[in-house]
Write a protein of this length. Structure first.
Length: 255
């Protein structure tokens, strides 16, 4: 799907059902092929995966509000600044697609943890969550219930990875990461990290909410089929996707 007019940016949108499936299909079988899209029904969500490596944030940042530009321009790291600008540009384009309006017409409110939600005349029209890593931007869209999404690449340093796990993981989860060997260590870490991140984002919590997430060590013993796994906890339904390059978790909050 070509998203920006006259620009070769391609998006893939996945239609994710919120139930535990007996048969899990390859990721391509979830793809949406009919556009334009309508806001998904209550038992489904749309997961957007966008590659922004070929676009320049400067060319599109005119769709950002003055407050967004001011906040993002305050970031000292140039690479992070450009990544976050592109993520916000894509977010506005995606929301405008569903609401049949222009990207500039989108208004945002923010909760205490800084999580954005629709404001103004579009308030409560839909729920969404945003995550980005390197050249990938992912956006999860729901008709109402709160959602969370996180995407991570398998390239954190050993020191950083173990430090984060020690700080935010349970003793059992940390031991799983510590005992993992070679390339399995970042895979184990990111599976747990994306699940926890998506869960707290769906609840609208800050990073310190990670300390309140349940112990997920038992999930590491389960095998994904076709690199995809549906899971269920008392407080949420979830969708894990393991790609060759990244790990992604999407969550629907039930609490």
């Amino acid at each position: 799907m070509h998203f920006f007019e006259n620009h070769p940016l391609t998006c893939t949108v996945f239609d994710i059902p919120w139930q535990t499936r007996q048969v899990v299909k390859p990721s391509a079988s979830y793809e949406c092929h009919a556009y334009p899209l309508s806001i998904p029904g209550i038992e489904r969500t749309h997961l957007w995966l966008v590659d922004v490596s070929k676009i320049d944030a400067v060319d599109f940042e005119k769709v950002l509000s003055s407050d967004e530009k001011k906040k993002l321009d305050g970031l000292l790291n140039l690479e992070q600044r450009m990544q976050r600008k592109l993520a916000r540009v894509v977010l506005r384009q995606v929301l405008a697609h569903y609401l049949k309006t222009t990207p500039l017409a989108i208004e945002f409110d923010y909760n205490e943890a800084g999580k954005p939600m629709l404001g103004g005349k579009y308030k409560s029209k839909l729920s969404f969550n945003l995550s980005h890593a390197k050249e990938k931007v992912t956006i999860l869209v729901s008709s109402g219930l709160a959602v969370g999404v996180d995407i991570e690449y398998d390239n954190p340093s050993e020191k950083v990875m173990l430090s984060i796990a020690k700080r935010f993981f349970s003793a059992n989860e940390y031991e799983l990461v510590f005992q993992a060997i070679g390339t399995e260590r970042p895979k184990t870490f990111n599976r747990l990290w994306t699940m926890k991140e998506a869960m707290i984002k769906a609840k609208g919590l800050s990073v310190y909410g990670l300390l309140e997430t349940p112990d997920l060590s038992a999930f590491n013993k389960r095998s994904a089929v076709n690199n995809i796994e549906h899971f269920q906890l008392p407080e949420c339904l979830g969708f894990n996707w393991r790609d060759d390059q990244f790990h992604l978790t999407a969550v629907l909050n039930l609490s």
